[in-house]
Design a protein around this ligand. Sequence first.
Ligand code: NAD
Length: 293
Amino acid sequence: MTRIAFIGLGNMGGPMAANLVKAGHAVIGYDLSHDMLKAAEATGVKPANVLTEALAEAEVVVTMLPKGQHVLTVWTDILRSVPKGTLLIDSSTIDVDSARKAHVMAGEVGCLSLDAPVSGGTGGASAGTLTFMAGGSPESFAAAKPLLEVMGRKIVHCGDAGAGQAAKICNNMILGISMIGVCEAFVLGEKLGLSHQALFDVASTSSGQCWSINTYCPVPGPVPTSPANNDYKPGFSAALMLKDLRLSQEAALSSGASTPLGAEAAQLYALFEKLGNGGRDFSAIIEMFREAG
Ligand code: NAD
């Protein structure tokens, strides 16, 4: 049994904390939102009224927050309160530079740290089947692994500080680009009189195959579980896809990488969001291409 402080009990953090409780750990949670705190309490998480109350006896602190600025602010407060040797795990999706800064801050006061963003969405968070991409020292990874295994199914140590965030945004840049490619192909197929099923049967077993068509097909029919069959309810929202594409472009700029298709994908998702679609599944972008034709 480990004493864990869990900070950020939103759509992802709530169910992740609940799984730690189910596995027998003592979890104290803190969130700015009273509603989220109440919901977490119902799953066995002990609610804290202020951050320091959650940290009082914590051996491990997990953060699951919106953006880099939130993580740096909260980690600054955490690192003022916890003793040397405490392990801090950040599972938020944030920019690589902030993640690296957070590791430096932790190292300066003798704490262990891991960036460990996730893939798998709210469904994976509830089911405990997330994929964790971790960055940090072998010592931090070894200490965190048993807890990550409670919340996830696949745990990958990607390298040193920031490597987890780097893997996450590279993966999601592939996803954003490939989804746009698949959507364009279905729209072109429609114009050419090709049925959705025929294109799916060919492309999903040929060189066009990828997750965006085989598992998450953006038209209803061929893959019954894809959001296209459910009025494009997310799934993975277009707003979150845009967030990750923007993170990839910030990282491309600061590292000097050339990512022209990533840049184009970010612009297309920005337009899609501006048209009022941020809350829909990211595969609904097919409608924007259909309407533009
Ligand atoms: P969310 O907005 O539902 O939850 C974030 C929570 O953090 C909120 O409850 C908010 O009140 C709390 N919070 C903000 N600032 C705080 C502070 N200073 N102290 C305490 N609590 C604070 O977001 P989410 O969907 O749970 O996502 C969390 C992170 O996980 C994001 O970085 C997101 O990009 C990433 N992510 C989300 C998904 C998904 O499908 N939702 C999938 C993978 C990764």
